[in-house]
Design a protein around this ligand. Structure first.
Ligand code: TK8
Length: 334
């Protein structure tokens, strides 16, 4: 008798401890949108992110993801966050330069040499410095995830040097730096939302697009393209953005859970995308696309050709921002 009483007292105590932890959490259904297909490694990251917030909140918070631009493109979804009608989006930084000009720093061609450098910059002080600018326009950036180094695909001809871009109709992100980079190479660049690429390529409204191998694979662009060039011309990160007006209504525990879990999701997403990249390239090859490498000399030529883009856009990005990233990179390269 005494033993059962004690056991039930212990059980009750356990329940109340669990309840007080969960009392800081309300029922929250977080709608998170994305332009990618769910099969992209961002899907793995979101799964980890969701499992983590569910665990921390005792099942009260959960993430409902919408894929393939189902809730609008990157910029539309971001605006919905700013006005507090949607909780979260995973977006490329590039279409948001109109809101935060400093984000243009990530569009500068050939800025990062490798993923390690990119991680150190975005996960470090420079990333925090950019986050403050996002915060000022109503966006809480929970973490930087990987989109990856971008490569050019097209349906026209092999591209191995900048002159080959000549006259090519290429889709670029809605961003002046990308527009200028490709115009400077001689291409006929058109800004377009991500969700319109596949049909644009299929109907030949555009000849070319540029994205990492994993995106070309999971969004099936290889079905409507013939050539791919390993240009690695830019590394544009993903931002995991949360609506600040909604964020402000959350408890400290809820905020902490989201911040910590977005980082867990990031680690998973980066692991999966890096393991998949070469497999995606192999799949693209197996689908019949011709792969063209860019020689190191040509890479150098492209980089020097791109210098005018740096000069032209430094003022709009913010000279302090460009100098800051260059200083950070110089320190890393010491
Ligand atoms: C997906 C986009 C995509 C980006 C682009 O919504 O637009 O080309 O690289 O990943 O954010």
């Amino acid at each position: 008798m005494k033993k059962t009483l004690l056991a039930s007292m212990v059980a009750l105590l356990g329940m109340s401890v669990a309840m007080s932890a969960n009392a800081e959490f309300k029922t929250r259904n977080i709608r998170l949108s994305n332009g990618l297909a769910q099969t992209h490694p961002v899907g793995n990251g979101v799964k980890t992110f969701d499992a983590c917030v569910q665990e921390k909140s005792g099942g009260k918070m959960k993430i409902t993801a919408f894929w393939s631009s189902a809730l609008g493109d990157d910029l539309q979804a971001t605006q919905a966050l700013r006005s507090g009608v949607q909780e979260a989006v995973i977006t490329s930084s590039s279409p948001l330069v109109g809101l935060v000009p400093a984000l243009g720093v990530f569009d500068l061609p050939f800025l990062f040499a490798n993923e390690k450098e990119a991680d150190a910059v975005v996960d470090g002080d420079f990333g925090k410095f950019i986050n403050e600018k996002l915060d000022a326009v109503g966006l809480v950036n929970l973490a930087y995830w990987e989109n990856g180094f971008r490569n050019l695909s097209n349906s026209k001809k092999p591209v191995a040097k900048w002159e080959d871009f000549d006259g090519m109709k290429i889709r670029v992100m809605q961003n002046n730096i990308f527009l200028d980079t490709f115009k400077n190479m001689g291409a006929n660049a058109t800004p377009m939302a991500f969700g319109e690429i596949f049909s644009g390529l299929e109907t030949k409204a555009i000849d070319a697009q540029e994205n990492p191998f994993v995106t070309i694979d999971t969004s099936k662009f290889y079905e409507v393209q013939k050539y791919i060039s390993v240009t690695n011309h830019a590394y544009t990160p993903f931002l995991v953005l949360f609506s600040k007006p909604i964020w402000n209504t959350y408890s400290a525990e809820e905020k902490a859970a989201l911040s910590e879990c977005a980082v867990k999701g990031r680690d998973e997403e980066r692991k999966v995308i890096r393991a998949l990249s070469q497999q995606s390239l192999a799949k693209i090859k197996a689908a019949g696309l011709q792969v063209n490498e860019i020689s190191p000399e040509e890479h150098k030529r492209m980089l020097s050709k791109a210098q005018v883009v740096y000069d032209k856009h430094k003022a709009t990005i913010g000279p302090d921002v460009v100098e800051r990233v260059q200083k950070t990179l110089a320190d890393l390269r010491k």
